[in-house]
Design a protein around this ligand. Structure first.
Ligand SMILES: [Zn+2]
Length: 313
């Protein structure tokens, strides 16, 4: 059989260990997830970004000082509530941890979230968009995601911040979704649902083979073709059902990058690269690009977040 492009991308990202070992881990993790879905309450991790929320159609709406940002908070909260309601309809005892993952990580309207979820707010956290995610979860859901830096079909596509022009893990280019999925996969947790604009869901389908829900389509990189939130919510409910059916059947593969994890990161200025040379083990690939070999996905994630968020130049 000729491997599909997406499966060859996945194999490349798994290059930190042999394919056979990785497949073994994948198979055992998949069956563990299906067993736990039958025997114990589902434990699901939900990471929520904002650019990919349906109804968010301008850059200003994603900025806390921008026009209609308050509407974006409401739209994002409503999408989370639609997703978790669909989960609780299937498993009333489900345990759901929601991690606010956009900007200063203070976007969702806490008091209006479904009271059955636990909610992490605030951005000073080393694991950022995956803070709180560990091997105790059966699956992860990425809500409101956007495409990686440079995708011409993406709405507000970027990776981390505007100063990052590219990120590679084990020589596979990834965006925030891929980076977060690799962290989850290193703990044996598959991404079971990814939602966002069409370019984002295509990217994560290619990389992960996750179930996806497209909330809107970019008209240009900074404008979007929208549908009504009620329509988006209906799509989300259907997406959750597909994802939970597949999870129960053991049908997801965690994207485990293995150990070590090779990081390469390209910036829009040489200043970043010069400053990052101060980190022991960091190498300069060219004037805009650094590389580092992290011992595992946890170290890789913390360092990447440090490099793009906390090195402010
Ligand atoms: Zn983002």
């Amino acid at each position: 059989m000729i491997p599909s492009p997406s499966s060859s991308i996945r194999r490349a990202l798994l290059a930190g260990r042999t394919v056979l070992l990785a497949l073994g881990a994948v198979l055992s993790a998949g069956s563990a997830a299906s067993l736990s879905a039958q025997d114990a309450p589902l434990r699901l991790f939900v990471s929520v970004d904002m650019e990919g929320i349906g109804g968010v159609g301008t850059p200003a709406m994603t900025s806390s000082s921008g026009k209609d940002y308050a509407t974006s908070r409401r739209l994002a909260t409503d999408e989370v509530n639609a997703v978790v309601a669909a989960i609780f309809a299937r498993d009333p005892d489900a345990e759901i941890l929601v991690n606010d993952s956009h900007g200063d990580h203070q976007n969702l309207l806490h008091t209006e979230l479904d009271p059955r979820v636990t909610y992490i707010q605030g951005s000073i956290k080393p694991l950022g968009m995956v803070q709180g995610l560990d091997g105790s979860f059966d699956g992860a859901l990425f809500i409101g995601y956007h495409a990686r830096a440079g995708d011409p079909d993406g709405f507000l596509a970027h990776t981390g911040t505007g100063s990052v022009k590219g990120l590679w893990l084990n020589d596979v280019e990834v965006g925030e979704g891929g980076m977060n999925a690799a962290f989850a996969g290193s703990h044996g947790v598959p991404v079971i649902l990814a939602t966002g604009d069409e370019a984002a869901t295509r990217e994560l389908d290619d990389l992960l083979g996750a179930e996806t829900v497209t909330t809107k389509v970019a008209e240009t990189p900074s404008s979007a073709r929208l549908v009504h939130p009620d329509v988006v919510h209906e799509r989300l409910r259907a997406g959750v059902d597909r994802a939970l059916d597949r999870l129960a059947a053991g049908g997801f593969e965690p994207l485990d990058p293995g150990e070590p994890v090779r990081i390469r990161m390209r910036f829009d200025s040489t200043t970043h690269v010069e400053i990052l040379q101060s980190i022991p083990g960091m190498t300069k690939v060219d004037g805009f690009t650094v590389a580092y070999t992290a011992r595992d996905a946890d170290e890789a994630y913390r360092l990447i977040r440090l490099m793009y968020r906390f090195v402010g130049v």
